[in-house]
Design a binder for this molecule. Structure first.
Ligand SMILES: [Zn+2]
Length: 517
C-alpha cells in the first residue's frame, strides 16, 4: 500500500492495518477535520471547534484562544533574550490585519482550507520562490529550470502509480462522522466525541476533472498532485536541448492539488498549494552521497534566509517506513506552534519514475555516457518543499515581540531578501514643505527597491507599522533635509538611525540589504 505525504511523495509510513481495506463506502461529503499530529486531545478538540467555527463564521480564525505552545524554545546563549514565541492565532491575526493572508472567498463566508495572499503576502511568497530559484538554479552550474503544465495526460498518472495508489487510508467516527487519516491517528476512539471508528477505507486524493465539453470516462484527467512528474516526462526533452551531463538537476515551481482530508493549522496544510521540487539525476551508485549533499544544502538554505536553527531538525525514515522503490527519505522538520512536523522532504527515488515512464511510453529515458559508451538510467535524489509552508515558517521565525521604552513592539525580523517591502519612505509630517522632497526620494528609490510611501499618523506609529510588516529600512525626510539634502536611514532590528546624503542614498541602502541586489 502506497501512502503519500503532504508533499505528495510516497511514504510507507505504517504497516497495513488489520482487516481488509474497502475501496468504496466513503461518503462524498468531506469534513474538514484537524490534523492531529502528535498532540494531545485538548489541542485536537479545540482546533476542531475553531475550524467548525470558521466554517460557520467564514473567518478562518476565530476569537477562541489557542492553547499556549507546548514545546518551549531553547534560547541559545548567543541570542537576544526575546523569543520568537507566537501561536498561529496571533500570526493569523497579524496576517489578516496587515494584508499578508486572507481567507479565500471571504465575502461568501470563506471556502474550506483555501487562502489568498494579500498585497504583502504576494510579495513575500514571490521572494521565497525567488530565494529558492536563486539558490537552486541561478547560483549553480548543474541545474536548469522547467515550468510544466498542471493538466497532463492521464497516462502520466497511470504510469507513476498515482491513479491506483494515490490514496489515504481513512477512518470515520460512527457517531459524529468526522474523518481522520489512519496514519495520523493515535487514539482508538474519536477525539471529538469518543465514538467508535469504522474500518479503514482507501480514498484517492487526486482532484478529478474533465477536459473538453463531454463529461465522460475518456475525458477524465486530474489536477496534478505533484510537480515532479512534469519533470520526469520532460527528461528527454531537457537532455536533448541542454546537453547536460550527469549529475544534473531540473527544478520546478508550481501549483499542485490534493484533496486532503485533514487540513488546517492556518495554511499549514491546504488542498491547493505550491511546490518547489527538484529532481537531481545521478549515476547509479552515487545517489547516497548526493542524498547527504542535498540534505545539507536544503537545511542550509533555510538558515541562509533566516530560519532559526533550533526550530529545524532532520528526521530520517526507518527502513520499514520507506516506499518499495525508495532507498531513503529524510524530512526536514520544523517546530510549529502545534509541534514538530514536516517542512521539506528529501528522497532517493532511485530510477523508479524514469523506468515506469519508459515502460509506459515506449521511449528510452536514458542518459548516453559518451566516455564509457553506456546507456544509463539515472538515479534520482529529490528535495521537495511547499512554498506556502516556507512562507509560514519564515513568518513564525521572524515574529518577535519586544519591549521598547515601556511599549510593546511587534517586529517581523524577516531576512531582507524575503521582506515584502525593502524601504519605506516617510516624510516627518504632511507639512507642505516636506512632501516634494519626500516624493522625489520615493521616485529615486522605486526603480531600485520594493518601496512604500507613508505619511499618515505620527512618525513613531509609522515606524511600528513598518516593523510589523518586516520592512528592514525606513528613510525619513525632515526639515533638515531642506537644508542639507540628507535623510535619515532607520534600521528595523537595531532601530539605529544614520544620516546619509541623498546623493549617497542608494549605495547606503544597498549596503544594508544583504542579498537584495
Ligand atoms: Zn466522533
Amino acid at each position: 500500500m502506497l501512502l503519500y505525504d503532504t508533499l505528495n511523495r510516497p511514504k510507507l509510513a505504517r504497516p497495513e492495518p488489520a482487516g481488509a481495506l474497502q475501496p468504496d463506502g466513503i461518503q462524498p461529503k468531506l469534513r474538514n477535520v484537524p490534523l492531529p499530529l502528535n498532540v494531545d486531545v485538548f489541542w485536537f478538540v479545540l482546533v476542531a471547534r475553531i475550524e467548525e467555527d470558521s466554517r460557520r463564521g467564514g473567518v478562518a480564525h476565530s476569537a477562541l484562544p489557542l492553547p499556549p505552545r507546548f514545546v518551549s524554545f531553547d534560547t541559545p546563549m548567543s541570542e537576544a533574550p526575546e523569543q520568537a514565541v507566537v501561536d498561529l492565532e496571533t500570526l493569523a491575526s497579524l496576517c489578516k490585519r496587515r494584508g499578508f493572508m486572507f481567507p479565500s472567498s471571504e465575502i461568501y463566508g470563506g471556502f474550506e482550507s483555501t487562502w489568498d495572499y494579500g498585497p504583502l503576502g504576494a510579495e513575500l511568497k514571490r521572494n521565497v520562490k525567488n530565494a529558492w530559484w536563486k539558490a537552486m538554479v541561478q547560483e549553480r552550474d548543474d541545474m536548469v529550470g522547467l515550468d510544466a503544465s498542471i493538466l497532463m495526460s492521464p497516462k502520466v498518472w497511470e504510469a507513476s502509480g498515482h491513479t491506483a495508489h494515490f490514496t489515504d487510508a481513512l477512518v470515520e467516527c460512527k457517531s459524529c462522522h468526522l474523518r481522520y487519516r489512519l496514519d495520523e491517528m493515535e487514539a482508538l476512539t474519536c477525539p471529538n466525541c469518543g465514538g467508535e471508528f469504522t474500518a479503514p477505507r482507501q480514498f484517492n486524493t487526486m482532484f478529478k476533472t474533465f477536459v473538453g465539453p463531454v463529461e465522460d470516462e475518456a475525458s477524465i484527467t486530474y489536477l496534478r498532485p505533484e510537480t515532479a512528474q512534469g519533470i520526469f516526462v520532460n527528461f528527454e526533452n531537457v537532455l536533448n536541448t541542454t546537453r547536460r551531463k550527469l549529475p544534473f538537476g531540473i527544478a520546478q515551481q508550481g501549483k499542485s492539488f490534493r484533496n486532503e482530508i485533514t487540513t488546517g493549522h492556518f495554511f499549514f496544510r491546504t488542498r491547493e498549494f505550491e511546490q518547489m521540487e527538484m529532481e537531481y539525476f545521478v549515476k547509479p551508485g552515487t545517489d547516497e552521497q548526493w542524498y547527504d549533499y542535498w540534505r545539507n544544502e536544503r537545511l542550509n538554505w533555510f538558515l541562509r534566509f533566516g530560519a532559526r536553527k533550533e526550530n529545524l531538525r532532520l528526521r530520517e525514515y526507518a527502513p520499514d517506513e520507506l516506499a518499495h522503490y525508495s532507498a531513503g527519505t529524510t524530512d526536514i522538520e520544523y517546530r510549529y506552534p502545534m509541534g514538530w512536523a514536516e517542512l521539506e522532504g528529501i528522497a532517493r527515488r532511485t530510477d523508479y519514475d524514469l523506468r515506469q515512464h519508459a515502460k509506459a511510453s515506449g521511449r528510452r529515458l536514458e542518459f548516453f555516457d559518451e566516455e564509457t559508451g553506456e546507456h544509463i538510467v539515472p538515479y534520482v535524489v529529490e528535495p521537495a518543499v511547499g512554498v506556502d509552508r516556507c512562507v509560514l515558517i519564515f513568518l513564525l521565525d521572524a515574529y518577535h515581540e519586544e519591549e521598547v521604552r515601556g511599549e510593546r513592539r511587534i517586529v517581523l525580523k524577516l531576512h531582507p531578501y524575503l521582506a515584502p517591502i525593502k524601504v519605506a519612505v516617510l516624510p516627518l509630517s504632511r507639512n507642505e514643505k516636506l512632501v516634494p522632497p519626500a516624493r522625489k526620494v520615493w521616485d529615486l528609490l522605486r526603480p531600485q527597491f520594493m518601496t512604500q510611501y507613508d505619511d499618515a499618523q505620527s512618525i513613531g506609529r509609522r515606524y511600528r507599522r513598518q516593523d510589523e510588516i518586516g520592512t528592514p529600512l525606513c528613510v525619513t525626510i525632515d526639515f533638515e533635509t531642506l537644508e542639507d539634502d540628507a535623510v535619515t536611514i532607520r534600521e528595523r532590528d537595531s532601530m539605529e538611525q544614520i544620516r546619509v546624503s541623498i546623493a549617497n542614498l542608494i549605495p547606503a541602502l544597498r549596503e544594508r540589504l544583504p542579498e537584495v541586489c
